[in-house]
Design a protein around this ligand. Structure first.
Ligand code: ADP
Ligand code: MG
Length: 343
């Protein structure tokens, strides 16, 4: 019943979005080259709505889908699905860039620092814009504290820098922000003003909020430099538990991450996501925990950091995956004023 309601909401939202897409097209040169799924021959309104309802909102998402996924989403035939994927692929600009252009883009990367030099160094100088940084770890390992700390320190990287906080577990605390702002020598009122918080009530809502970040930038003109999704996986995990629909969950999570990655790249902001671990009781050696979301989340994250509790109240961050940093560990601790180095 509840699921049905959500689906109805989805369709309404899709219709609204479709109108928006069409009306935006003419005035928006930037989005013009990005074709919508309506440009695919043979995709009628009904099919398009089914596709969009499960997150296939642009050509890229179709181009990288498997026929099986499209069939599951729409009930279309195998031949049609294959044809759609082929057309989406051939219509996409494959986007080769020269190494020189890429270097220029890399020069725009900003690194958001925490108060721990060791943690910053582990990530090559800080939490990078244009990237998704994932921290996973058990309850109390410091994931949310890092999110709060970044929402404050990001405001020092550029004038009017704004943090967006998508809160799924109701753990955002403005009073904690005030402490951290004072700790960083910033005006707490100003800092709070420049954090836009939204509580996500379910995974669909969470996905929608991520898309809405673009409105904050384009319509409200905010200089968003950080988007926190805390927690990335909790709703997905809770909603899809025991439903035998792991594939559907993974597809939705994939779409969500795809949207976040695309916006992070387009608007040069950092996406910080937190992720829980699940116990693996059958594992006796090593660390018996594993991040939720499997290879989908692992693959989408530019940096993955495993957090655990260390000695004497400290925390240990371990870099798991990084494009250009050596794997390593950093110790830090959390106190009233922020994230600090272990002396
Ligand atoms: P997670 O999100 O990984 O579950 P949190 O980021 O909420 O974990 O971490 C909670 C921990 O952070 C607390 O157990 C405490 O050690 C530390 N912490 C939170 N607030 C403060 C504070 N004001 N001063 C010192 N430590 C704090
Ligand atoms: Mg938390």
């Amino acid at each position: 019943m509840e699921q049905e309601l959500i689906e109805l909401e989805d369709i309404k939202e899709t219709k609204r979005k479709r109108k928006e897409m069409k009306s935006e097209k003419s005035e928006e040169p930037e989005t013009k080259k990005e074709q919508s799924i309506y440009d695919l021959p043979g995709v009628g309104a009904a099919t398009a709505e089914k596709l969009m309802a499960v997150g296939y909102t642009d050509l890229m998402s179709i181009a990288v889908a498997s026929p099986g996924e499209l069939i599951e989403a729409t009930g279309m035939g195998d031949a049609v699905a294959k044809k759609l994927i082929a057309i989406a692929r051939s219509n996409l600009e494959m986007g080769f860039e020269s190494g020189e252009e890429l270097l220029k883009r890399r020069e725009k990367v900003i690194r958001i620092k925490t108060g721990s030099k060791a943690l910053n160094t582990l990530l090559g100088g800080g939490f990078e814009t244009g990237a998704i940084v994932e921290c996973f770890g058990e309850f109390g390992s410091g994931k949310t504290q890092i999110g709060h700390a970044l929402a404050v320190t990001v405001q020092t990287v550029e004038k009017d820098a704004v943090a967006v906080y998508i809160d799924t577990e109701n753990t955002f605390r403005p009073d904690r922000i005030i402490q951290l702002a004072k700790g960083a020598g910033l005006d707490p009122d100003q800092v709070l003003k420049n954090i836009k918080v939204a509580r996500a009530y379910n995974s669909d809502h969470q996905m929608l909020l991520a898309e809405k970040v673009e409105d904050l930038i384009k319509k409200q003109g905010l200089n968003v430099k950080l988007v926190v999704v805390d927690s990335l996986t909790a709703h997905f995990r809770a909603e899809f538990i025991g439903r035998g629909t792991l594939a559907e969950r993974q597809q939705k999570l994939n779409r969500h991450l795809h949207v976040l990655a695309k916006l992070a790249d387009r608007y040069n902001f950092c996406v910080y996501v937190t992720n829980q671990v699940m116990a693996k009781p059958d594992m006796f050696f090593g660390d018996p925990t594993q991040a939720i979301g499997g290879h989908i989340v692992a693959h989408a994250s530019t940096f993955r950091v495993y957090l655990r509790k260390g000695k004497k109240g400290t925390r240990v961050a371990k870099l798991i995956d990084s494009p250009n940093q050596p794997e390593g560990e950093a110790g830090f601790y959390v106190d009233e004023s922020g994230i600090k180095d272990v002396e």
